[in-house]
Design a protein around this ligand. Structure first.
Ligand code: CDP
Length: 212
């Protein structure tokens, strides 16, 4: 079984994807890490993020072993990632890795922006997780404070809005729900409620019986 979970920054899709993977015994890939890692590598080489040749070289040379680098979670890298993610050759280089991951025998959950539309259009279940920008900013803000980092709520909201615009407005693989995706608005749902809804959708779509 392949479960595709897409949605904007801080919508809760990452946490949801992890829990869904555990619940159904599936492997999980946070595809945002791929673009974050490309941005990290371009910077390490002292090159410009919007230089297509530099970003493409970093993408083609990406070491999947380096995806567990904790530095990839740096909030600032999210923005940098959205700059390299607009480059078609970067996306093309990421495609084979994501598809191979998805097709492993035990099945997989992938979360990102274009999983249901481009990476795995054949996914058994597609969820598109959203929440208002204000709710997402509040969540990200609390998450940052919880990690002992400094943050200003207005700046976090600004960052989320800019990133939404860049991700939804790009020409290639823009962030958008697949036509057959289930829309899960978590503005008024906590993680437990969102998880229960997601499990219910998966059980229904795959014809499985069971309790959430
Ligand atoms: O964790 P957060 O939602 O802040 O971001 P992320 O999922 O780590 O993604 C970082 C950036 O990578 C996004 O803003 C997108 O520009 C890009 N991305 C993408 O283009 N396609 C994906 N499948 C996943 C991420």
């Amino acid at each position: 079984m392949i479960v595709a979970i897409d949605g904007p920054a801080a919508s809760g899709k990452g946490t949801l994807a992890k829990r869904v993977a555990t619940r159904f015994g599936l492997a999980h890939l946070d595809t945002g890490l791929l673009y974050r890692a490309v941005a990290r590598d371009v910077r390490r080489r002292g090159q410009a993020l919007d230089d297509p040749a530099a970003a493409t070289a970093a993408a083609e040379g990406l070491d999947p072993q380096s995806l567990d680098d904790p530095a990839l979670r740096d909030p600032e890298l999210g923005n940098a990632a959205s700059v390299v993610a607009r480059i078609p050759e970067v996306r093309a280089a990421m495609l084979a890795y994501q598809r191979a991951f998805a097709r492993r025998p035990e099945g997989a959950v992938l979360d990102g922006r274009d999983i249901g539309t481009v990476v795995c259009p054949e996914a058994d279940v597609k969820l598109y997780v959203t929440a208002t920008p204000e709710v997402r900013a509040e969540r990200r803000y609390r998450e940052l404070l919880g990690r002992g980092e400094q943050a200003v709520l207005a700046a976090v909201l600004d960052d989320i809005r800019r990133r939404d615009e860049r991700d939804a407005g790009r020409d290639i693989s823009p962030m958008r729900p697949a036509a057959d995706a289930f829309l899960l608005d978590t503005s008024n749902l906590d993680i437990e409620a969102a998880f229960d809804t997601a499990v219910g959708v998966i059980l229904r779509k795959t014809g499985q019986r069971g309790r959430a």
